[in-house]
Write a protein that binds this ligand. Sequence first.
Ligand SMILES: [Zn+2]
Length: 260
Amino acid sequence: MIEAVGAAASLSALAFSLRFHWWRPARRGVPILMYHQVGPHRTGSALNKWRVPGHAFRRQVEWLARKGYRGISLRGLLEGERPGPEKPVVITFDDGFDGVRTVGLPILREHGFLATVFVVAGRLGGIDDWNDERPGERLVDADGIRELAAGGLEIGSHGMNHRNLIGLDEESLALETAGSRRVLEEVAGAPVRSFCYPFGGFDDRAAEAVRGAGYRAATVIRSGLGDPAGDLYRLRRIPVRGTDPFLDFALALTRGRSKF
Ligand SMILES: [Zn+2]
């Protein structure tokens, strides 16, 4: 009986360790967190994994600060910014949801954290019409972008129309990369040098188009630590899901990966 209980206990411990990958060694690189919306869940919505409620976001930022991390932008990472004695963690938000401005920004500022917001240049003040759910979530408008930039956040591009870059004709590829950069630089009044592939879609041609359009880095949707000494047009990130328990966040961050 006692043996059976012991076996059950060690089995569940094994399942726990497999789930969280804590048996994997820590690897080289800097964690780059991938967020989307900061805001409340919707009943029964499949998109809730990309919505981190404000209270959960606050808990994560407070945990990071307590653990000696300091949130920086992707630009900060590439420029070798070292936030004093603190460990850098790059914070990124895809899609440019307005909740990042209204809910996320005040929490970041309380802790002196910076971040990068990847905005869809052709949807300023619109909704996330590339998702099926209606009503859509509100996206930042031009004033919102200026507010984020004034708060020290980096504005990056997430394309002009949130199109997957793979297989686009030359003209569309130029519009999504160089075109979106021009629009956002005009609005933000600051250089736009970071790109995030919509739907995580990239290949060699897309990466070359992004580089050729004047960006110096691009992020993908693949789990892992970002290596500033590696390929800057394929920077991996750690997805932060609004439906995961807090423990997943802490373990994924320290191990540079998360479960899929
Ligand atoms: Zn997106």
